[in-house]
Write a protein that binds this ligand. Structure first.
Ligand code: NAP
Length: 232
């Protein structure tokens, strides 16, 4: 799990993203008002880490924390659930109501949930920040459609270093003659749902320069390893 420090960095990167910044300046009645953020998937590893990160940083405030209907922790304080002091925000399953009073939604959940939240976020005119991975090409098409009506910020890895690495991989691949093979091999933690990870796919796409990726040996080494081959 990423440490809260790097998550604070992540939040700061999201909040300073030019599209988010320009949207927020347009939509908030006072530019210096705290951004009201909803965390969906609030009981997940990333959701809890985001609740802690929002508490630590200035310029934003947690206005709602969303979990599935029937979740045993509904009604409990989000700050306490995240292992800190109470923040006065009870866990709720009512996303529609929560989105109506928010400026942005932070979404590290699962593809089906993200598509549903994208529709709600577009209806409410929120900025939708998507860290969920495992999105298919069809899912991305649906998100692109939602992005015509709302601001969406999506990345398979929000870390500054990985985004820098993506650029370095793109340059390294361009410098290599076509006869060089490029393979990305990665190891996952035991809770990882999708493989290859969003990070591996981002790096693969950078190496392929937008060309096709051949997942020649998915999970071929062991359950926690994935290898993808870049077609050149
Ligand atoms: N882009 C990045 O930088 C980055 C970094 C880390 C992780 N991720 C990605 O973020 C996602 C979450 O990771 P995680 O480690 O936090 O996973 P996690 O601990 O399993 O948390 C997922 C959360 O989403 C909720 N959820 C899943 N399906 C849902 C649905 N259909 N409706 C409503 N809520 C749903 C889960 O609720 P239940 O427990 O009730 O199912 C849980 O609260 C993954 O796709 C992961 O790869 C991205």
């Amino acid at each position: 799990m990423p440490r809260t420090g790097s998550l604070a960095q992540l939040c700061s990167r999201i909040l300073n993203e030019p599209r988010f910044r320009s949207w927020s300046l347009l939509h908030m009645s006072h530019a210096d008002k705290d951004m009201r953020l909803v965390v969906v998937g609030a009981t997940g590893r990333m959701g809890l880490a985001l609740i802690r990160a929002i508490k630590e940083m200035g310029g934003c405030v947690l206005c709602a924390a969303i979990a599935r209907e029937g979740h045993p922790h509904l009604g409990r304080d989000a700050g306490t659930l995240a292992g800190g002091e109470p923040v006065g925000v009870p866990l709720t399953s009512n996303a529609l109501h929560a989105f109506a009073k928010a400026d942005g939604v932070l979404d590290f959940t699962a593809p089906t949930a993200t598509l549903a939240f994208a529709e709600l976020a577009a209806q409410a005119g929120l900025v939708h920040v998507i860290g969920t991975t495992g999105l298919t090409a069809q899912d991305m098409d649906k998100l692109a459609a939602a992005a015509r009506h709302a601001v969406l910020i999506q990345s398979g890895n929000m870390s500054l270093c990985v985004n820098l690495l993506q650029d370095l991989v793109r340059r390294a691949a361009a410098a290599l003659a076509p006869e060089f093979n490029i393979e990305i091999v990665e190891m996952h933690h035991r809770h990882k749902v999708d493989a290859p990870s969003g990070t591996a796919l981002m790096l693969g796409e950078a190496a392929a320069h937008g060309g096709p990726l051949r997942r020649s040996r998915p999970n071929s080494i062991s359950r926690s390893w994935t290898c993808i081959t870049v077609a050149r």
